[in-house]
Design a protein around this ligand. Sequence first.
Ligand SMILES: CC(=O)[C@@H](O)[C@H](O)COP(=O)(O)O
Ligand SMILES: NCC(=O)COP(=O)(O)O
Length: 246
Amino acid sequence: MKASIRLGVNVDHVATLRQARGTAYPDPVEAALVAVAAGADSITVHLREDRRHIQDEDVRRVVARCPAPVNLEMAVTKEMVDFACAVKPRYVCLVPEKREEKTTEGGLDAGMIESVVKVACRRMSEAGIQVALFLDPDPRQLAAAVRIGVPHLEIHTGRYADARDDGERALELSYIRNFAEAAQSAGIEVHAGHGLTVENVGPIAAIPEIVELNIGHSIIARSVFVGLPAAVAEMRRRMLEVRQAR
Ligand SMILES: CC(=O)[C@@H](O)[C@H](O)COP(=O)(O)O
Ligand SMILES: NCC(=O)COP(=O)(O)O
């Protein structure tokens, strides 16, 4: 099977650079338009509760101007759900958030806060938004996602990306493979992301059940040296060459 795989580009860290100086540039919305022109299939923005990078107005502008679907990542809070229902991105992915973390450290404990997630999903579905959960590749989380009834989910690949050696990486990869297979069998569309780079994306892109990868930090970092269109194209090329070699 040579099912295709989509690339969603996360433009948060264009806003990180802007917020470092409080300037009006660089504009994450302009980055989104450039990324789509270079082949990105969708754009991801993460509206953090502390607004450390993406701002509310960035989300409004990207939803209004981006020709590709926009995926809003956000915490499961009333404030965020109200905001999403007002702005109506095509997708929302619910992620856990800790104020003091440098970056997202894991998936949502969907079972733990199932009733809250259910209410949030229902409200956003009624607003026409397709809701996903950002989950660790743990069968208990898949069981919760099935009970909640989400149409798709995103596997947190951070532990795979941060593995200290080949053995640990192979183990994390096996969890992701098994989870992706089980999620697809349960009728849920499978996405993945976090910490992926041109160097480590291959084995993840080769998993046939995964149909979308959301990648940000490494693409924006690489664009400093080669430009954003080239960095997007390089990642797409790597994903597709692995996929088509299957
Ligand atoms: C949920 C996720 O993996 C990304 O949104 C990532 O967290 C990017 O944002 P930060 O770098 O602020 O964590
Ligand atoms: N959901 C993952 C994402 O949007 C990008 O994460 P990263 O590539 O910035 O680590």
